[in-house]
Ligand binder design. Structure first.
Ligand code: ADP
Ligand code: MG
Length: 225
């Protein structure tokens, strides 16, 4: 990566150093509109251990989202690879990737752009449950309420349209959708950048709670300010 930096923090008292997600010398380049190829992610290696939060900090264009997309296997690196629990992930066959995919969730900066504008909150969540948590598919409506309560919202938000919600509430819905599949790793790509500072703090507190309750691992990207 050009200018972006990596920071890791493990919770106090963390006992194990199991690596959940590991990137090995990942390289990615793109050809720009000027036909010049530029290396955007340059030999990045990282280990995300159990219970750990990994921060990726860098200015706009430094490759944070590209690295996040590679970690999600939405983008193929030019060289290097990513392992999930010791197994190849980015280079695995599509069928194996499907099994891992629901164990790694993502929350983007502006969830509004990612929600189907024709869907209320209830459909956003029940859709995620039906696709990603088959065990709860028969009780998707109840599970949706549980998810809303987990992120500090409630049953009354089921009928809401995302466009009627505040930025912080929308991001809570996006987090509820992300955890619907009970992921072990959550990738947060500038997930609080668009929010007011006080709301950012609330969402970061929520993410810390979710991490501690479920022993999840987080990868968070943030712009340099
Ligand atoms: N699919 C793509 N095709 C061409 N260039 C891309 C593509 N994705 C990202 N880039 C370029 O890679 C660089 C890094 O982008 P990105 O990973 O989005 O950075 P960040 O998230 O840190 O702002 C930018 O110059 C961007 O234009
Ligand atoms: Mg980005």
């Amino acid at each position: 990566m050009n200018a972006a930096s990596l920071f890791a923090s493990a919770p106090a008292g963390a006992e194990t150093t199991d690596v959940v997600l590991r990137a090995n010398s990942v390289v990615k380049s793109f050809v720009g509109p000027d036909k010049v190829r530029r290396t955007v992610v340059n030999q990045v290696s990282l280990d995300l251990a159990r219970g750990e939060t990994l921060g990726i900090v860098g200015e706009s264009g430094s490759g944070k989202s590209t690295l996040a997309r590679i970690a999600l296997a939405l983008e193929t690196p030019d060289s290097g690879d990513v392992e999930f629990l010791g197994r190849p992930w980015t280079s695995a066959p599509a069928a194996d990737q499907r099994a891992i995919r629901r164990r790694i969730a993502v929350v983007y900066q502006d969830p509004f752009e990612r929600f189907d504008p024709r869907w209320r909150v209830s459909r956003i969540l029940t859709d995620a449950i039906e696709l990603g948590d088959p065990e709860n598919a028969h009780r998707a409506a109840d599970r949706a309420v549980e998810l809303l309560e987990t992120v500090g919202l409630g049953r009354e938000h089921l009928a809401a349209w995302p466009r009627q919600m505040s930025g912080g509430q929308r991001q809570r819905v996006a987090i509820a959708r992300a955890i619907a599949t009970r992921p072990e790793v959550i990738v947060l790509d500038e997930a609080v950048s668009a929010l007011d500072v006080s709301v950012q703090a609330q969402i970061l507190d929520l993410l810390t709670d979710l991490q501690q309750q479920a022993g999840r691992q987080l990868i968070c990207s943030s712009p340099t300010t």
